[in-house]
Design a protein around this ligand. Structure first.
Ligand code: ASP
Length: 434
């Protein structure tokens, strides 16, 4: 296995996992075998990535900020980073709105199918609604309140706490810049070393990546087929236009928007970037989690694409938490699709509202599977579309989650390359990749 490049190994794992899953259904192999003997390998793999996500964010952000050396550099890089993250997110939501308004996938959903879907996924949708029940009647300043943890150790133990962890780590990095250097030095060195240790652990974990991805895909297929494959297939085809619309928008980000940004702001060839970032994209696809993919994104961006640790250790962990272009695009398409399917007209004001709330909701979405679907409820609420409508789009959500996570991760890496280029770096792809 040694000489096969990582992304080929992962692709092999991915394809053979899907093939195994399909074969086990076609030949009627007991699902128990997959569940008992294969799925755990995937769980071990994804858990080990998640295991290091929190320490990685803490170590890389603290050392990333502290190593910038002074606050003015921090505000320059920080300003650019946030600016580009917002820009790409707003472009994504806008593209989402354009495709869904032009293609109108919601208007062709037969009323019968719509009622069936609403009935079928009623309880599922209800559960998710409860999750955000509390959010609904809150002050518009609530996201600000949520960012500041009451207890930073507790924040490190929950998915939703990542933004709080980011906040605390940034604060700690800034404080380290503000105390006398001789006092701050040991702490900075500690976190810098911790960062290197974690990157080393990522290398260990990547040894099992192909097997982990095989197991994740095989288990996913068996799991999906378990819930009445014929029915699932019917619903998927009924929702084909919606799925196609989201995929078209996501494709536009990867094949038009990011390449354009590369052209405008860097000297890097998009093709070379794409080659370097591929392993991270494949992992994003198979884990549906940008947090779990973060360690690999960092490794690829630094080692294969030659971005300095200074930039990547600040820009990427921030992006994995707040920049989700794929999620915001998906949320705007889904919101309008549901409104169309339920026959509710949307004004221009509603559409502007969608851009705003989808941007905020994607910032607030944790980088874990399914987070975007839950946060979609906030977008629906803001335009007065009943949130039970998410029942309409739950069926293909697993697939869309995989693809939007790829876009989320690619967007983070794109902005990292841009920030590095505008900081005078000349990120490139080392010869050995040619
Ligand atoms: N799964 C996505 C991510 O981790 C979030 C989402 O849209 O559900 O990036």
């Amino acid at each position: 296995m040694k000489k096969i490049p990582l992304h080929i190994q992962i692709i092999l794992g991915l394809v053979s996992g899907i093939a195994f899953g399909i074969a086990s259904i076609v030949f009627g192999w007991p699902a128990k075998f997959t569940v008992y003997w294969i799925a755990p390998v995937g769980t071990v793999f994804i858990n080990s990535l998640k295991m290091i996500a929190v320490p990685l964010v803490i170590a890389s952000l603290i050392s990333g900020v502290a190593n910038l050396g002074d606050v003015s550099k921090l505000s320059r890089i920080g300003g650019k980073t946030i600016g580009f993250y917002l820009l790409t997110t707003v472009i994504a939501t806008t593209i989402g709105l354009v495709v869904v308004n032009v293609l109108q996938p919601g208007t062709i959903l037969p009323a019968e199918t719509r009622d069936e879907l609403l009935e079928l996924y009623k309880s599922d949708a209800g559960n998710r609604e409860q999750t955000v029940e509390g959010i609904r009647d809150q002050s518009p300043l609530q996201p600000l309140v949520d960012m500041v943890p009451q207890n930073v150790f507790k924040a490190t133990t929950i998915n939703e706490g990542m933004l709080q962890v980011v906040f605390f780590s940034l604060l700690m990095g800034v404080a380290l810049l503000k105390i006398p250097p001789e006092k701050g030095k040991p702490v900075i060195q500690f976190f810098a070393a911790l960062n290197d240790v974690i990157i080393k652990i990522v290398e260990f974990i990547m040894i099992i990546a192909p097997y982990g991805v095989f197991a994740l895909m095989a288990a996913l297929i068996v799991d999906l087929a378990g819930e009445n494959p014929d029915r699932a297939w019917q619903l998927l085809t009924a929702l084909g236009a919606y799925t196609g619309t989201v995929l078209l928008g996501l494709g536009a980000m990867i094949f038009a928007v990011y390449p354009l940004l590369f052209k405008l702001f860097t000297r890097v060839k998009y093709k070379n970037f794409f080659k370097g970032i591929r392993p991270a994209q494949l992992l994003a696809f198979s884990t549906s989690s940008s947090s779990a993919t973060l360690p690999v994104t960092m490794r690829q961006v630094e080692e294969e694409l030659g971005v300095s640790e200074e930039v990547s250790s600040f820009v990427l962990p921030l992006g994995a938490t707040i920049n989700m272009d794929g999620t915001s695009l998906y949320q705007s398409v889904a919101a309008v699709f549901i409104a169309q399917a339920l026959g509710l007209g949307l004004t221009i004001g509603d559409q502007v509202m969608i851009v705003m709330t989808a941007t905020l909701a994607s910032i607030g979405s944790a980088g874990v599977p399914g987070a975007g679907l839950v946060m979609l409820i906030i977008v629906l609420e803001s335009i007065g579309v009943p949130s039970a409508g998410i029942a309409l789009i739950i069926a293909p959500d697993r697939l869309l989650d995989m693809v939007r996570t790829v876009v989320n991760v690619t967007g983070d890496a794109t902005v990292t390359m841009i920030v590095a280029s505008t900081e005078g770096e000349d990120p490139h792809r080392p010869e050995h990749l040619d």
